[in-house]
Design a protein around this ligand. Structure first.
Ligand code: 3SL
Length: 238
């Protein structure tokens, strides 16, 4: 029997961190959606880094860099954090570096767990199947916004809990997981509308990123799970 838990903010993650757990990093708007999209479009490897200093050091060595802070592309980077930046053939077979406000920090903080995988609506089904087959405790880590709670990551955590909690192996579903599930129950009919007053949707709307929001909330387009191996994200082989 295994536990199913949700770290509702990165600050809470240390309470759940365990070397035997599988961690799903969630940053729906938009880091984990962009990463899943990049793999679906043929990227070979993505090196996630928490700071801009590390990111520039890689760029100086010749790596392509995706960099975002506060929702905006960093000047001089090759891409930002929009899933649309990662569509097409231009990244096929390439290794890129990515740094974002919250998502890549969450990846960094969970790296000592048994396994870190990347979840988004884009690959939700395959993530659910993997977690069932893993036969391990699961922590869903919501990247949030600058250490604080956000609605969209918790909503997605709830979508995962909704699919996993009925599975008998997850006998121990925490209150944090239940609250995420209840939230998702209110959101599932129309997630876009549900998020209308959320802080990040407002922030992104100001930046004219409506299409990114719609894309990020649209489920099931990829069979690929990005997994952290030796400091880089690669495709999980199954
Ligand atoms: O926080 C992050 O990692 C980003 O996904 C934020 S944004 O969607 O690019 O604004």
């Amino acid at each position: 029997m295994f536990t199913l838990d949700v770290a509702l903010t990165p600050r809470l993650y240390s309470l759940y961190a365990h070397p035997d757990s599988v961690v799903v990093v969630i940053d729906i708007l938009r880091a984990t959606t962009a990463i899943c999209t990049a793999f679906e479009n043929g990227v070979e490897k993505m090196i996630p880094v928490a700071t801009l200093e590390e990111a520039w050091a890689y760029r100086e060595k010749g790596y392509l860099l995706g960099a975002e802070r506060n929702g905006e592309k960093i000047e001089g980077a090759d891409f930002g954090n929009s899933p649309y930046d990662y569509m097409g053939d231009h990244l096929k077979g390439k290794t890129t570096v990515i740094t974002t406000t919250n998502g890549t920090r969450a990846i960094e903080m969970s790296k000592d767990s048994h396994q870190v995988i990347i979840g988004s609506f884009v690959n939700i089904d395959v993530v659910v199947n993997h977690l069932i087959q893993s036969k391990r405790n699961v922590v869903l880590l919501c990247a949030g916004w600058k250490e604080k709670f956000n609605l969209e990551d918790t909503m997605f955590a709830g979508a995962l809990v909704d699919r996993l909690a009925e599975h008998e192996q997850f006998a121990d579903v925490s209150d944090a997981a239940l609250i995420a599930r209840y939230l998702y129950a209110n959101a599932m009919e129309d997630p876009y509308h549900f998020l209308k007053n959320s802080s990040h949707r407002k922030r992104m709307q100001k930046l004219n990123l409506k299409e990114d929001i719609r894309y990020s909330l649209n489920p099931e387009r990829s069979e690929i799970i990005p997994v952290l191996k030796n400091g880089a994200l690669v495709q999980l082989s199954r």
